[in-house]
Design a binder for this molecule. Structure first.
Ligand SMILES: [Fe+2]
Length: 345
């Protein structure tokens, strides 16, 4: 046998024990993760997990197209679990049948029931409130106290919001369907649309910028963006956007503020289900919850875990108690409402 043939055979045997995942060699007891969440947040969490468990995690970051990839890979996918944000995205994975049921006493203890699927198809790991960012001077204390106020005549021409089709806004509207029915939610969406200062455009931060620049008086956005803007050394102009506004937690006198999650689910194709479950359990625990809270200004999902001091400074609030299952179930209807009211046109 020539030297070259020998080398080739060795390489072939290697491939039998190890497979390629995201360009790196992977052993059978590794955990393979697809993440729609960003490396700055997830890498430190995975490092902490590997340190405490000895289990290596191979991660592929997929900012877009995660579900399409899982669907096309089917049961051949090497992914053991996924991480993504918003119940809308998690529910889309459930509907595409790429996740599997599981149960865990640790997760049932760490995660409140409303933020995890009853069958264990998905688990919330952090929470974020979808709040109203109001200009500090131009919006009086009693002008906007609820999402419903955004649809009232006194808010005409004063609201900035991103696309009505973005998953964050679809989930907010889905929560309003869950609270008030389709007709009530449609009337609300129509009212908000009539009060927009400009066509929906940009991301959540761009809406706060709109308030800062005087294009509008209020914006709708997720809480953690306040922390990201207020501490942004790379784009210090965002600190001024944050200074121009205060956070209003809507509906404190009734159902509470819409709270969404980032979360995880184990794939149907998982070859290392036990390892994937260990990782999700770790992410719901104190050490990981602290990293989430410190790095991304999200609320820990585990009760009793500490929030970032800046997040604490926005005050405590009552969250909508609806199970996110019910919100996820209404997102198709919510999308149809956005079409009917021509929210983005
Ligand atoms: Fe976001």
């Amino acid at each position: 046998m020539t030297k070259i043939t020998k080398m080739f055979r060795t390489a072939t045997i290697m491939v039998g024990a190890l497979t390629i995942f995201g360009g790196s060699l992977q052993a059978a007891d590794d955990v393979n993760l697809y993440s729609a969440r960003q490396p700055f947040l997830i890498d430190p969490l995975l490092d902490a997990f590997t340190k405490s468990s000895g289990i290596k995690v191979n991660v592929v970051y997929l900012k877009k197209g995660m579900l399409e990839r899982l669907k096309s890979e089917g049961l051949n996918s090497s992914a053991d679990l996924i991480l993504t944000a918003d119940i809308g995205n998690l529910q889309n994975h459930v509907d595409a049948d790429v996740l599997q049921e599981t149960s865990s006493a640790v997760l049932e203890k760490n995660i409140p029931a409303q933020y995890r699927d009853a069958k264990g198809l998905w688990y919330g790991l952090t929470t974020r409130a979808r709040v109203i960012y109001a200009h500090r001077d131009r919006v009086k204390a009693d002008e906007v106290k609820s999402y419903e106020d955004l649809a009232a005549p006194h808010m005409k021409g004063r609201i900035c919001v991103r696309s009505g089709k973005h998953v964050y806004n679809v989930s907010l509207l889905a929560s309003i369907i869950a609270a008030k029915g389709v007709a009530g939610a449609e009337a609300w969406a129509r009212g908000v649309k009539a009060n927009l200062a400009r066509k929906p455009q940009g991301n959540d931060r761009a809406q706060v910028k709109g308030v800062f620049q005087g294009e509008c008086d209020v914006a709708i956005g997720n809480t953690y963006y306040m922390g990201k803007m207020a501490t942004n050394e790379k784009s210090p102009e965002q600190k001024d956007w944050a200074k121009a506004v205060r956070i209003i937690f809507p509906n404190q006198n009734d159902r509470g503020t819409h709270v969404n999650i980032s979360g995880a689910g184990i794939t149907k194709s998982a070859r290392n289900k036990a390892g994937a479950l260990k990782l999700i359990e770790f992410l719901s625990g104190d050490e990981a919850q602290k990293i989430y809270a410190e790095r991304n200004f999200e609320y820990p999902v585990k009760s009793g875990a500490k929030v970032h001091p800046l997040v604490a400074s926005w005050g405590t609030f009552k969250a909508d108690a609806v199970h996110l299952d019910k919100v996820g179930a209404q997102r198709t209807e919510a999308t149809k409402i956005m079409d009917r009211v021509r929210f983005n046109n």
